[in-house]
Ligand binder design. Structure first.
Ligand SMILES: Cc1ncc(COP(=O)(O)O)c(C=O)c1O
Length: 443
């Protein structure tokens, strides 16, 4: 069940599923089955040859997972989606499907640390080269393109400093050079921002975060806008050229605008196996039912917390676009009227106060996650981004005193009281300048 006229709050609850006979369960059933019985030999042969849609084995498709895929695609305005075991695998296979051998990518220099590991270590091992550029500078993206470039990768809202991108400007640069743009929309979620509306070709998510919203499950999603032109067979042989794997057909001839999604499912899910379990898909679907409500509530809590922090003498900087000093204050007002999600960061004037502050918080759990109902805190330089070297940390704007908050759904006054209770003993005592952290942290 789906309608293109539904607004997001309706799509979150109804898209992809309607109760059906004989039991008419209100919630999506969990099809806990590895395999599917074929009615006869001929049907089995057609399904295995990918000549007919249908389920063969849950590594490449499952009816519960399919509801999540349809709902995520509807929320993001795509033509379809592939669910994966984690956000990390969603990012990895979305890019692998664009790279035929040791190609080149252009990526934002403000990415989640795990994505940086993937690009600079694992992809490098397989000969993929990546140029990192400032997401705020479209000319830098244009200058980094080479003959081998097969994709741009960026985050709509960066983690942890909440920098934003003028996505329209970057997608124009990419499309002029025949390059697709992959946008990680994990922090914003489609309840706040839809990258496809700004020209993105592919959207990826860690569904572990605000999409699920309860911190109890891992999952990822790749959503295809279905609009990128993959028809140049010299450039995109994996999609536009005949392949032995598809009995001499090209995916483009067989599946048209769904060719990229079929490549993800029939090759990368099939060969690498980063499959989302049905029970996890059901848990994510339950979370998505309340996505808009939660994003709005978390945004209110973020604003209460950032206002309180900005006025505190122990705080050097609050990194959130609602702050007039944030570089993307105007862009946020233009492109993110529903906010940027539940994450923000702030810098303590005295980096040495970080451990004491973190240990004295009672409501903010020290946990490496975001988008939970519970409020969370991390120290990026020592935790989520600990493998970045000093210059990567400096480029990402992460200092020794930077703390990242994921605002949960608790009462705003309680959260503010907890944070100020931990900050007040620090007063304005320290005037230590905020430094690039690596050396400080390792010292
Ligand atoms: C922006 C972003 N993308 C991708 C990931 C990876 O997702 P997962 O932890 O579900 O593998 C994360 C995880 O923190 C993230 O913050």
């Amino acid at each position: 069940m789906a309608s293109s006229t539904w607004r997001n709050a309706t799509t979150e609850i109804h898209s992809g599923y309607a109760p059906s006979a004989p039991h008419r369960p209100m919630t999506v059933p969990i099809y806990n089955s590895a395999a599917y019985q074929f009615p006869d030999y001929a049907t089995a042969a057609k399904l295995f040859a990918l000549r007919e849609p249908g389920y063969t084995y849950s590594r490449t498709g499952n009816p519960t997972v399919a509801v999540l895929e349809e709902r995520a695609a509807a929320l993001e305005g795509g033509i379809g989606a592939i669910a994966t075991a984690t956000g990390q695998s969603a990012v990895a296979i979305s890019l692998l499907a664009l790279l035929q051998g040791p190609g080149h990518l252009v990526a934002s220099n403000k990415l989640y640390g795990g994505t940086v590991d993937l690009l600079t270590d694992t992809f490098a091992d397989f000969g993929v080269s990546v140029s990192f550029v400032d997401p705020a500078d479209p000319a830098a993206w244009a200058a980094a393109i080479t003959e081998k470039t097969r994709g741009f990768l960026l985050e709509s809202v960066s983690n942890p400093l909440i920098t934003l991108v003028d996505l329209r400007a970057i997608t124009e640069v990419a499309h002029a050079a025949g390059v697709p743009v992959v946008v990680d929309n994990t922090l914003a979620t489609p309840a706040a921002y839809r990258p496809i509306d700004f020209g993105a070709d592919v959207v990826v998510h860690s569904a572990t975060k605000a999409l699920a919203g309860h911190g109890s499950v891992l999952g990822g999603l790749v959503i295809d806008a279905g609009t990128f032109d993959f028809s140049d067979a010299a450039r995109w042989p994996q999609i536009a050229a005949p392949r032995a794997r598809y009995y001499g057909d090209s995916l483009l001839d067989r599946y048209g605008s769904k060719a990229y999604l079929m490549l993800l499912r029939s090759k990368f899910l099939h060969d690498l196996g980063p499959t989302l379990p049905a029970a996890s898909a059901a848990a994510i679907l339950t979370g998505i039912e309340t996505l808009s409500l939660r994003v709005a509530k978390a945004q209110g809590n973020v604003l209460a917390l950032t206002r309180a922090l900005a006025a505190h003498p122990a705080v050097a900087t609050v990194h959130h676009p609602s702050e007039h000093t944030h570089p993307d204050h105007a862009l946020a007002a233009r492109d993110f009227p529903r906010g940027t999600g539940c994450v923000f960061s702030f810098d303590l004037k005295d980096p040495a106060a970080v451990p004491g502050l973190v240990d004295s918080l009672r409501l903010f759990a020290l946990a490496a996650n975001i988008g939970d109902t519970r409020s969370l805190v991390v120290h990026p330089a020592a935790m989520t981004h600990c493998r970045l070297n000093a210059s990567q940390l400096a480029t990402a704007g992460i200092k020794a005193g930077t703390l990242r908050i994921s605002a949960g759904l608790e009462d705003a006054a309680d959260l503010v009281a907890d944070l100020l209770g931990a900050l007040d003993p620090l007063g304005a005592a320290s005037t230590t300048p905020a430094a690039t952290p690596r050396e400080t942290i390792n010292a």
